[in-house]
Design a protein around this ligand. Structure first.
Ligand SMILES: Nc1ncnc2c1ncn2[C@@H]1O[C@H](COP(=O)(O)OP(=O)(O)OP(=O)(O)O)[C@@H](O)[C@H]1O
Length: 347
């Protein structure tokens, strides 16, 4: 378990920069945890504090019960063997082959030639690069370079893998294949993975939980599916809306949406579902219970880590009292809902 307690980080110089301003986070064993934020939010500083490449100004970094901020350089070097890291620009050694890049950390700890061969061969197979082992980095695509980076990071059998914008330099298809690989090794090796990114699509694709950082402060954190269906902070809303279109579809806008109820209008409501509730017959229950006609104007169901979530935009018809009673019933349900306005009854 990684426990970050009240981490602050100031960069010196004439104009002092407070990059982290009291960060507390717990990351559980075996989970894929995403940290998202805009440029300058403090993401890189935070992830580099986890393996103490950056020393926090104050606070503690506790991994499996050991406080890294209290360790000397020798102890830190030992500890870092259990923490692998991959980078946006791969950081490979250009004069070494794929094989020798992966072997490098093993050479540093004095592993025997045989140990190195057996480990590197199994890592080459894991990342699908056996046929590229004699190539140099310049002969590889971006995705292949990142696979080498991943294999090298796994060479010392870490418990934790830190990913610093690991897919930001890759095209969407290559990004997907690298994210699939990370998901696969997370499951196979029960590896804890911490990812920093500015792309919500990366979070949606593989993370179990997410924290959003802004100005060196965690604004919100939670399970990805909860955050997607009910973001609280403005920053998280902005990120969620970058991958889920929350604008009213044009066809609905054209109906003429008013913010005032009226006898000749019906209520426009957005329902937000997640998990197995998506299978419940909510709409038919509403119709039966309130004898209120309901039309579905828009619907969308998506999946995060095999968990369904979705949105439905409906109109509640009937007289104004029926609409109000039906809304009160919806509010009691374990789903999110919001009134978007009122549209003409004859839509
Ligand atoms: N070595 C440094 N010296 C001084 N200021 C720094 C240093 N590194 C980062 N900063 C400042 O700290 C703040 C956080 O930077 P950081 O690189 O952690 O943000 P980030 O979220 O990773 O941004 P990006 O996505 O652009 O890489 C920024 O204001 C940055 O200018």
């Amino acid at each position: 378990m990684i426990d970050l307690k009240d981490i602050t980080k100031n960069y010196g110089g004439k104009t002092k920069v407070q990059a982290l301003n009291g960060i507390s986070l717990t990351i559980h064993d075996g989970e894929i945890f995403g940290i998202i934020g805009k440029s300058g939010a403090g993401k890189s500083t935070l992830i580099r504090c986890i393996n103490m490449l950056e020393k926090p100004t104050s606070g503690s970094v506790i991994i499996d019960g050991d406080d890294l901020t209290k360790m000397n350089e020798h102890q830190l070097r030992q500890e870092r063997k259990h923490i692998g890291m991959i980078f946006q620009h791969f950081n490979l050694l250009s004069s070494r082959t794929v094989y020798d890049n992966i072997a490098f950390p093993l050479e540093l700890i004095g592993a025997s030639k045989e140990e190195i061969r057996s480990k590197v061969e199994s890592l080459l197979e894991l990342v699908g690069l056996t046929d590229r082992q004699y190539n140099y980095p310049a002969q590889l695509s971006g995705g292949q370079k990142q696979r080498v980076g991943i294999a090298r990071a796994l060479a010392s059998d870490p418990n934790v893998l830190l990913c610093d914008e690991a897919t930001s330099a890759l095209d969407p298809q290559t990004t997907k294949s690298i994210l699939d690989l990370l998901k696969d090794i997370n499951k196979r090796l029960n590896l804890t993975i911490v990812i920093i990114t500015h792309e919500m699509a990366v979070i949606k694709a593989i993370c179990n939980r997410v924290a959003v950082i802004e100005g060196g402060i965690i604004k919100e954190s939670g399970r990805v599916v909860d955050v997607f269906t009910n973001p609280q902070s403005e920053t998280m809303k902005e990120f969620v809306h970058s991958v889920i279109n929350m604008e009213l579809p044009e066809g609905i806008v054209k109906l003429g949406v008013s913010d005032q109820p009226a006898p000749d209008r019906c209520m426009l409501v957005r329902l937000r579902f997640k998990g197995c509730i998506t299978k419940d017959p909510i709409v038919s229950t509403l119709i039966r219970k309130f004898d209120a006609d309901i039309s579905i104007l828009y619907g969308n169901i998506d999946y995060i880590q095999d968990e369904p979530f979705g949105y439905l935009i409906i109109t509640l018809m009937g007289d104004m009292e029926t609409q109000t009673r039906a809304l009160a019933y919806i509010k009691e349900l374990p789903i999110g809902s919001e009134v978007l306005g009122y549209v003409p009854r004859n839509h």
